[in-house]
Design a protein around this ligand. Structure first.
Ligand SMILES: NC(=O)c1ccc[n+]([C@@H]2O[C@H](COP(=O)([O-])OP(=O)(O)OC[C@H]3O[C@@H](n4cnc5c(N)ncnc54)[C@H](OP(=O)(O)O)[C@@H]3O)[C@@H](O)[C@H]2O)c1
Length: 225
């Protein structure tokens, strides 16, 4: 059975990707901080006949990243890593805080880069391995009142695009996915988006990604007009 590792697999897009990947026959390893959410996703997958394991991981802690990466790669040959977890703080640049900037860059950029580096030796053993980076259309263009989030997503995109070139022809393959707004818990503590219910569902976005990631290196899913 092939193995997939998914950060932020307990909610939103990560959860939907995990469910679909398990249906494709992957044993999915769900990573995140809120154990109850990970557990619920794992239970859902298992009740559908799939295989799932969860691990507590805080992307802000390099030590935890190393520990979880070792735990998974010692026992499994990883075919797919989905760098999905992310946080966003929105509002005017003048009112933004240094702590928000630190947290966004640590979670959206440094965390996934560190995790990928730790899992690379395992990923490189599999001829068809891939790293799927969940970015955002915020990684394609600047947006008002999103400057620091956009900056983190541009950085993540730049890293992914560079590795697409550096690993061309050798595993893993790097895929960058850019999507518009989704109705997920991402907006629970923010009023940046007026009515999140108008946004696309994470299951719709997950389905598009799963249909494309095996053949495309770049997936762009714009918001509905
Ligand atoms: N929703 C949108 O409109 C939208 C649009 C484009 C792109 N995106 C991107 O899509 C990705 C998924 O977001 P979502 O919309 O599905 O929102 P979400 O449900 O809030 O998912 C974010 C996930 O990241 C995890 N996470 C956050 N901080 C973490 C940390 N320090 N360590 C480990 N895991 C952490 C969260 O789990 P815990 O809190 O339990 O750790 C959560 O499961 C993010 O990268 C986001 O930037 C979202």
């Amino acid at each position: 059975m092939n193995t997939a590792v998914i950060t932020g697999g307990g909610s939103g897009l990560g959860k939907e990707l995990a469910v679909l990947l398990s249906k494709k026959g992957y044993h999915v390893h769900l990573l995140g901080r809120t154990e109850q959410n990970l557990k619920n996703t794992a239970l859902e997958i298992k009740s559908n006949g799939g295989e799932a394991t969860f691990h507590s991981l805080d992307l802000l802690s390099y030590e935890t990243i190393q520990k979880v990466a070792k735990e998974v790669s010692d026992r499994f040959k990883i075919e797919l890593l989905v760098n999905n977890a992310g946080v966003g703080y929105f509002g005017s640049f003048t009112e933004s805080t240094d702590q928000e900037m630190e947290e966004m860059f640590s979670t959206n950029v440094f965390g996934p880069i560190r995790l990928t580096k730790e899992l690379l030796p395992s990923l490189r053993k599999h001829k068809k391995s891939a790293v799927l980076n969940i970015i955002s259309t915020a990684g394609l263009r600047g947006k008002k009142h999103e400057s620091l989030y956009v900056a983190s997503k541009f950085a993540f995109r730049g890293w992914g695009e560079s590795l697409q070139k550096e690993f061309e022809g050798t595993p893993p393959r790097f895929i960058n996915a850019f999507m518009g707004g989704m109705n997920t818990p991402f907006w629970d503590k923010s009023d940046h988006v007026g009515n999140p219910e108008k946004l696309r569902s994470p299951s719709e976005i997950a389905e598009i990604i799963i249909n494309q990631y095996e053949t495309e290196n770049e997936i762009v899913i714009e918001s509905k007009k």
